[in-house]
Design a protein around this ligand. Structure first.
Ligand SMILES: C[S@@+](CC[C@H](N)C(=O)[O-])C[C@H]1O[C@@H](n2cnc3c(N)ncnc32)[C@H](O)[C@@H]1O
Length: 234
C-alpha cells in the first residue's frame, strides 16, 4: 500500500466538513422555518405561548419588508414577543433566514395580510407597540382605499394596545402623512405624544432607520413621523 495516511486524513476531514456544512444548512432551513409561523398553525390567540415557548406582550411590525427592525426590537426587548407581518413570500423567507442567523429567539414572522390577523389572533390589550413604517403610499386617488392607515384599521390597533402602549408611524409621502394625522387625531383612546396635530422628530419617534427610510433620505426626501399613545379614556 503506497497510500499516504496524511492524505486519507485530509480526505476524510474534507468529507466531514462538507457533511457538517450540509447539516448546518439543513438546520438553518429548519430554524428559519420555525421563525415563519404558517397561518394555518394559528387557530386563535391561545396558540401564541406554544409558538414562542413563552407568554408576554407583543411588539408588532406591519409590513416588515426586507428591513431588520424586528432584530433590533429583539435586542431591545428580550422578554417580549416580537411579531412581524409581511405579505411577500420572498421577503418573509429572506428575513426568516436573517433572524435565524442572528439567533433572535423571540421573533416570529407571519406571511399574511396583517390587519385580518391582528383582528383574529391578537387579544385586546396584548400589544405594547405597533410599528407601521413606510407603508405602501398608494398615491393615486382611486387607490386610496388600499392604504393601510384608515379609520377602521387605526381603531383596531388602538383596541389591541395596552394602556400606555404606542403606535409608531413613518412615511415619506406628504399626502399620506396628512391623512395619517387626520385619522389618528380623531381616533378615540389615542393621544398624540408630541401634541395635537404635531409630527414627531424622527429620532424621537424611533431611532431605527429602515431600508426605505435610508433610500428616501439619500434622495433628499422629507420623512414624516408620528407617535400615538393609548389612553385609558376616549
Ligand atoms: C414600502 S415597504 C416598507 C418596508 C419596511 N417597513 C421599510 O421601511 O423598509 C411596505 C411593505 O409592506 C408590505 N405590506 C403591505 N401591506 C401589507 C399588509 N396589509 N400586511 C402585511 N404586509 C403588508 C409590503 O409587502 C412591503 O414589503
Amino acid at each position: 500500500m503506497d497510500e499516504n495516511p496524511r492524505d486519507i486524513t485530509a480526505c476524510r476531514s474534507g468529507a466531514e466538513r462538507a457533511a457538517g456544512a450540509l447539516l448546518a444548512a439543513r438546520d438553518a432551513i429548519r430554524g428559519a422555518a420555525a421563525i415563519e409561523v404558517p397561518l394555518d398553525a394559528l387557530r386563535g390567540p391561545e396558540d401564541w405561548p406554544s409558538v414562542y415557548g413563552a407568554a408576554g406582550l407583543f411588539h408588532v411590525e406591519i409590513g416588515a419588508g426586507r428591513d431588520t427592525l424586528l432584530l433590533e426590537l429583539s435586542r431591545r426587548f428580550p422578554d417580549r414577543l416580537i411579531l412581524g407581518f409581511e405579505c411577500s413570500r420572498d421577503r418573509v423567507e429572506r428575513l426568516a433566514r436573517k433572524i435565524e442567523r442572528a439567533g433572535a429567539a423571540n421573533v416570529r414572522l407571519v406571511r399574511s395580510e396583517a390587519l385580518q390577523c391582528i383582528a383574529r389572533l391578537l387579544p385586546a390589550e396584548s400589544v405594547e407597540s405597533f410599528y407601521v413604517l413606510f407603508p405602501d403610499p398608494w398615491p393615486k386617488k382611486r387607490h386610496e382605499d388600499k392604504r393601510l392607515v384608515s379609520s377602521p384599521s387605526v381603531r383596531l390597533l388602538a383596541s389591541r394596545l395596552v394602556p400606555g402602549g404606542r403606535i409608531f408611524l413613518k412615511t415619506d409621502d406628504p399626502d399620506y402623512s396628512r391623512r395619517m394625522l387626520d385619522v389618528l387625531e380623531k381616533t378615540p383612546f389615542l393621544r398624540n405624544e408630541h401634541g395635537p396635530g404635531c409630527f414627531a422628530p424622527c429620532e424621537d419617534a424611533l431611532s431605527h432607520e429602515t431600508l426605505y427610510e435610508r433610500k428616501w433620505r439619500a434622495q433628499g426626501r422629507a420623512i414624516y413621523a408620528l407617535v400615538y399613545v393609548r389612553t385609558a379614556e376616549p
